[in-house]
Ligand binder design. Structure first.
Ligand code: SF4
Length: 261
């Protein structure tokens, strides 16, 4: 049917409509590629791969709801929890998100993103920013304040459970079953940031020792008595006994102090 047979409808309007339809179709195609399914079949596990359904239900729909409910369930005092008795102040370079002072490529990259945009994805918030704060023993209230101030989505209901509970384990395990922290090898496995770094993820002594690796072992050592009672942490804690160079690792961590890694 030609445009001339539609009284009152201009060719320009039809062109815009066609473009909008094409855009919606492209968007639907992107969503199908992203999740491996159409929205209509989203929850149909007979048609969609179970990992796609799990990814959407748990991560997109479920996690936000879980955090929102926990925020109200835990109550006002939750923000003051400090089960690990971490009291170190945040150093100036972190307070100011001074990414240029940091040599560790992963931390510098994420800190620069926060400084420049006020945002970074949930995973580097935990795996890099939160993990470093936890390893260094920074005060969880100060860490929560920093996340509040630095992020465009720093709503109270988002930050309090995610920082106090999930990232700093300051609730002693009410929200999560174990502390969320790791050595450099895990960061290497989960990202492409280690390639151009001055440090090496697998090294824990020497000038190229990865600060996340040394920080991880120092954290386990500091909280050994508590963590070895946690079934999910028994194996990692036992790993301390296999480190012939543990003293050197701890010495390196102590020397680093609160300087930017
Ligand atoms: S080597 Fe360590 S400090 Fe460097 S990018 Fe990898 S995890 Fe980060």
């Amino acid at each position: 049917m030609g445009t001339g047979s539609w009284p009152g409808v201009s060719a320009a309007w039809l062109a815009r409509r066609r473009a909008a339809r094409a855009s919606r179709a492209a968007s639907r195609g992107w969503r199908r590629r992203q999740y491996g399914l159409s929205w209509g079949s989203l929850l149909d596990t007979r048609r969609a791969p179970v990992n796609s359904v799990e990814g959407f239900v748990r991560q997109v729909a479920g996690w936000r709801e879980y955090v929102w409910q926990l925020y109200w369930y835990f109550g006002e005092d939750y923000r003051h929890r400090n089960a690990l008795r971490h009291h170190e102040p945040l150093p100036g370079w972190f307070q100011e998100a001074d990414a240029d002072a940091v040599r560790a490529r992963c931390l510098a990259t994420v800190l620069a993103q926060v400084r420049d945009t006020g945002w970074t994805h949930h995973i580097p918030r935990l795996m890099l920013l939160g993990s470093h704060a936890l390893q260094r023993g920074w005060d969880p209230r100060a860490v929560t304040d920093w996340f509040h101030r630095s992020f465009v989505d720093g709503y109270d209901w988002v930050m309090v459970p995610n920082v106090v509970g999930m990232s700093q384990y300051a609730d002693g395990g009410r929200m999560t079953t174990k502390p969320y922290t790791s050595g450099g090898s895990y960061v290497h496995r989960m990202s492409d940031l280690c390639g151009g770094c001055v440090y090496r993820p697998g090294e824990r002594t020497g000038d190229r020792a990865c600060p996340f690796t040394t920080g991880y072992w120092a954290f386990l050592h500091r909280h050994r008595a508590r963590l070895e009672r946690n079934p999910r942490m028994v194996q990692p804690v036992r790993g301390l006994d296999r480190l012939a160079d543990l003293d050197e690792v701890l010495h390196r961590e102590a020397r680093r102090g609160d300087t930017p890694p």
